[in-house]
Design a protein around this ligand. Structure first.
Ligand code: SF4
Length: 450
């Protein structure tokens, strides 16, 4: 009888890729995946440890699932940084497996089911993503995240990730292209490239940024659909990369560019390697080079010492820059980061109030940006039928899960279809559209539009 496992993934798409890898390894070893924790012999929680809210969510999930009295395995970022504490404080947890030890997940799970003992495996060793590409899809068939590197060398002063995931480790280009090929063969229409800092891809392996080169390679893949890029660092977005994004039709005209702030003083304290003037110039260059580009960004409000004046400077910048998509985090001091030791820590209620003001402004901005897209013809990826002849979908301007969507009127469509639409209406975060050519556009021609 096959042992069943249930897997709960928390956090970002990079964590989801790790969950897909662990699930595939367990299935290959004879386990079967169940969607019901109550049915499982073994439960895995792939945690996030980025900021306090994420840590709290992970602990809450572990405590809830521990009530089922099953073998409980905690993996992921929180396991890597607070694994010993979890092992000590939550006796219901059977095993804590840090990122460096996820390679051993099969043996650890087999041992847990054979012996009544607890396992703690948190090693400084950073796992290496090279080697055989194994994946149990945890996303809809038509879309997939492809991790091209892990770790980060940027050392932003507020960020724990370099301590959790180590320095930048890129996957060799040949291997990335092979992985993308197998995703296309699986019928994936949208490949979403992810890393901590996508724009630094290859620096460690090839001594220079290689994302532009990689995109040219991926652009030659037969039958591939969209290539979407998430997590570009503004300081590493060079003109070569912008030119490639602009010239290849299949690369989504969607730039995810976490900026974090606009005040020179705060950007310096954050160690973001770029000032406000350079950021404004970069945005102007992006808009001039990629007509109709949708810009996504994230900001941190309430960074230590942030004055009301500096926050208003950020509000003015957001109003002026008209980002299509925007996320916002109240600063969360993380033990072991330089920023946590800075004077002038801002009270929680002030951080929350600034988060609310920024998000309220973005509602107006998003409404304006969406209104400007009415009348445009675009390609949409159909996700599901939500009512007769009405579908949810996304254009190149919407990433899954984090952005609004498109409500599409059409007939006889199915998930994964790519169709030409006309945008007929908009709301604060969503668009409304009508199919104008429902012939499914299977596979954009390789490097068309170059
Ligand atoms: S670039 Fe991103 S992952 Fe890297 S240190 Fe900065 S915030 Fe963290």
């Amino acid at each position: 009888m096959k042992s069943k496992f249930y897997l709960l993934n928390l956090g970002c798409p990079k964590n989801l890729v790790d969950s897909e890898t662990m699930a595939a390894k367990l299935i290959k070893a004879g386990f079967s995946l169940t969607t019901s924790p109550a049915q499982a012999d073994l439960i895995l929680v792939n945690t996030c440890g980025f900021i306090d809210d994420a840590k709290a969510e992970s602990i809450e999930a572990i405590l809830q699932l521990s009530e089922l009295k099953k073998k409980l395995v905690v993996t992921g970022c929180l396991a890597q940084i607070e694994g010993r504490e979890i092992y000590r404080d939550i006796p219901e947890v059977s095993a804590v497996v840090g990122i460096g030890a996820e390679r051993e997940i099969v043996r650890i799970c087999q041992d847990l089911l054979q012996e009544d003992r607890r396992i703690l495996r948190v090693s400084p060793l950073r796992s290496d993503y090279r080697g055989r590409f194994l994946r149990k899809p945890l996303t809809p068939f038509y879309t997939s995240y492809l991790k091209i590197a892990d770790g980060c060398d940027n050392r932003c002063s507020y960020c724990l990730i370099p301590q959790i995931r180590g320095g930048l480790r890129s996957i060799p280009m040949g291997e990335v292209v092979e992985r993308a090929k197998s995703l296309v063969q699986e019928g994936v229409k949208e490949i979403i490239l992810v890393a901590q800092d996508l724009s630094s891809y290859g620096l460690d392996l090839y001594g220079r940024p290689m994302l532009a080169e990689l995109l040219r390679e991926l652009g030659r893949l037969e039958g591939a659909g969209w290539l979407r890029l998430l997590y570009l660092h503004p300081a590493h977005l060079n003109s070569e990369l912008i030119e490639v994004i602009a010239s290849m039709e299949r690369i989504c005209k969607y730039i995810d560019l976490p900026l974090q702030h606009i005040s020179d003083r705060i950007l310096k304290e954050m160690n973001r390697k770029m000032g406000g003037r350079e950021i404004e110039d970069l945005l102007a260059l992006l808009r001039a080079s990629i007509p109709g580009v949708v810009l996504r960004t994230t900001f941190i409000v309430g960074f230590p010492g942030e004055t009301e004046r500096e926050f208003e400077e950020l509000l003015e910048f957001v109003w002026r820059s008209k980002f299509g998509r925007l996320g916002c985090f109240p600063y969360s001091p993380q033990k072991g980061t330089p920023a946590a030791r800075l004077p002038g820590q801002i009270p929680a209620e002030v951080k929350r109030e600034r988060e609310e003001r920024l998000l309220a402004l973005q509602v107006e901005v998003s409404r304006t940006v969406n209104q400007k897209r009415v009348g445009r013809e675009e390609i949409a990826l159909i996700e599901e039928e939500i009512s007769p002849n009405t579908y949810s979908g996304r254009t190149q301007g919407e990433a899954p899960e984090i952005d609004g969507g498109v409500i599409i009127k059409g007939e006889g469509l199915k998930p994964g279809d790519m169709v030409r639409i006309k945008i007929t209406g908009s709301s604060d975060f969503d668009l409304i559209a009508q199919v104008i050519n429902d012939r499914s556009l299977i596979g954009l021609e390789p490097s068309m539009g170059g």
